[in-house]
Design a protein around this ligand. Sequence first.
Ligand SMILES: *Cc1c(COP(=O)(O)O)cnc(C)c1O
Length: 417
Amino acid sequence: MAGKAKRFSLEDIAALDAADPLAPKRQEFAVPKWLIYLDGNSLGMMPLAVKDRVTTVLAEEWGNSLIRAWNSHRWMDLPERVGAKIGTLIGAEENSVIVTDSTSINVAKAVSAGLSLNPDRRVILTDNSNFPTDIYMAQGVADVLGKDHTVKVVAPDDLYEALDDTVAVLMVTQVGYKTGLRQDMQKLTACAHAAGAITVWDLCHSAGAFEVDLAGCHADFAVGCTYKYLNGGPGSPAFIYVAPRHQDAIQPMLTGWIGHQTPFAFDLDYKPAEGIKRLNVGTPPVLALSALDTALDVWDDVSMAAVREKSVALCELFITEVEARCGGFGLDLASPRDAALRGSQISFHCPEGYKVMRALVDNSVVGDFRMPDVIRFGFTPLYVSYEDVFNAAKMLEKILREGLWQNPQYDVKEKVT
Ligand SMILES: *Cc1c(COP(=O)(O)O)cnc(C)c1O
């Protein structure tokens, strides 16, 4: 525990909220009364406008136009239209992002495409802070290709050293889900390229959390979720980015008809569509894409620099208050102390962390738990206030001091933690 940082008074907190340029954005979300929601890094809150959009799509588009809506309401263009909105948030070139499938599927599509650009090499390099599904998908791709590809997993700090002339694809999640450790995209991409490797970046905990500059970093491929910081709703489809220089060179692994050059020619042979469209596979999920399309409008008047500035301030406030209040209960900061090395979440190692988190949730402070002992809190500046963060730290202190986590109900783990 550091505990040297300056403490905050109630007046300080009120002043921070009063001066917060993002404070009005909260009104654009469905914010449940009395809930302190520090889990927008897992499932973002619902933008209020989504409800009307989905209602309209149901009543008018599906309900009334039926199959005609593929043309009249441009359903078929949703993957690219929604992709373009995300592209502006992640520094992508025009026509380089589509929204389709899940992140897991898109990891497989990006990794296999990356391997096809580097046919003489056999290693997919990643690190052990990566989210397991990314590693599983890479292992599956390696197996399916049947060309002796292997997935090499090293510690995050060892990625640079492991970039040798066997590495075909470097697959990295920019912000680790457990501790929030953030990799330097610019530097790591440059090192990968110097070593002759293609990069696949997972932006699940980056998109909507801070500025990302895919084009400026010369990234090759990227994928990411839309239900975390982008508030697209549970299971909303994911995005995939391919740098324009690679788009027409890749042969997709999943060669579905929507990625065909002329789907409605019903040719019996696959020919990839031009550009990013070839990463489409099957029929777009129109309801989910429509919800996401409207959810993304909350970003129209938001500066990502302001989001990052507030995110850092919220995280610093939380660390300071938790360490000052909860010293003596065995909490240990699991996230990097230096804000430059973090995404927009704070994690603590916490003895009995699972039970402590259950008690927090039962007391209206929602974060989550990750094995083996990490309590995790996400900070989403569009709808989280300084007061929320201050009160969350106070509640954590109360739960530890009063032993509220010792409820026998918490002995049994729920399916989703
Ligand atoms: C959340 C997350 C996923 C989730 O993938 P799904 O296919 O949507 O289940 C994948 N990778 C990372 C790094 C994540 O943070």
